[in-house]
Design a protein around this ligand. Structure first.
Ligand SMILES: C[S@@+](CC[C@H](N)C(=O)[O-])C[C@H]1O[C@@H](n2cnc3c(N)ncnc32)[C@H](O)[C@@H]1O
Length: 249
């Protein structure tokens, strides 16, 4: 693992943890982050793939024009899929795939099937850790990969549930493309950036963002409440370099 300098918190007028939304009990980057990232890089994660996700993924590969190497954008944890629809409208020449495991959230956009395609927007009900591993296995790489407001899992004991503390993290990074994480908890953003730095050696920053219009329901909720919002952007060259540095499985 390459050595990276620890990242600093960004001072904000409104401390999220005083806002009542995130009752985290964790005030700094998790003390086990580095050990966790290193462990997941060093050990191949052998958990079996999620069967229903394999089936949906196979259908998707048949249906959507991305398995031939055509550029596509991924919206992981898309919730209702409204951000996927917005991204599809902004990128009419590219397929935009939104993935979420929650049938209840997808149903709010009228989606009741495992795969729903409308123009260049495809919404898929699937489990992400398996979905990413399948993309990686097939060498299918998004040009851009959005992780918008992932569940924060704010208690210290939840580190392994955050994407950067999860065993799938090296695969998530290897899937590649320009990755953009957004969240309203600075510690999550700092940890994500630091995990990527630890894995790749690339210097990364956490940025305060002030979107003019909300891209997703959670972004809208947090903007309406006046929360500070953060983004971490990982250039595709960094994720590609990490992917190349990994031994073939
Ligand atoms: C806090 S919501 C954010 C939704 C949306 N991105 C937004 O900004 O409004 C997080 C979403 O991630 C989804 N999610 C969490 N873990 C997942 C997993 N392992 N596989 C698929 N979806 C997952 C949840 O179902 C939920 O819809």
């Amino acid at each position: 693992m390459r050595v990276a300098k620890p990242l600093k918190r960004i001072p904000t007028k409104t401390d999220i943890r005083e806002s009542g939304l995130i009752n985290d009990g964790q005030n700094a980057v998790h003390e086990n982050l580095e050990v966790s990232v290193q462990r997941h890089i060093d050990h191949v994660w052998r958990q079996p793939l999620h069967r229903p996700t394999i089936d949906v993924y196979r259908q998707l590969v048949e249906l959507a024009p991305f398995a031939d190497g055509s550029p596509f954008i991924l919206d992981s944890g898309c919730g209702t899929g409204s951000s996927t629809q917005a991204l599809a409208a902004d990128h009419p020449g590219q397929l935009v795939i939104g993935v979420d495991q929650s049938s209840a959230r997808l149903a709010r956009s009228g989606v009741s099937t495992s795969i729903h395609q409308s123009g260049n927007c495809v919404l898929v009900r699937a489990e992400l850790a398996t979905f990413w591993r399948l993309l990686l296995k097939d060498g299918l790489k998004p040009v851009r990969h959005f992780l918008l407001y992932p569940n924060p899992w704010p208690k210290p004991g939840h580190l392994a549930r955050r994407w950067h503390g999860h065993p799938v993290f090296p695969d998530l990074l290897s899937v590649g493309g320009d990755i953009e994480l957004r969240c309203n908890w600075d510690i999550y953003a700092l940890e994500f950036a630091q995990a990527v730095q630890l894995a790749t050696g690339a210097p990364l920053k956490v940025q305060r963002i002030r979107p003019k219009t909300a891209i997703s329901p959670f972004e809208k909720k947090y903007m309406d409440r006046g929360h500070a919002l953060y983004a971490v952007t990982v250039p595709g060259s960094v994720s590609a370099g990490f992917r190349r540095s990994r031994p073939a499985k």
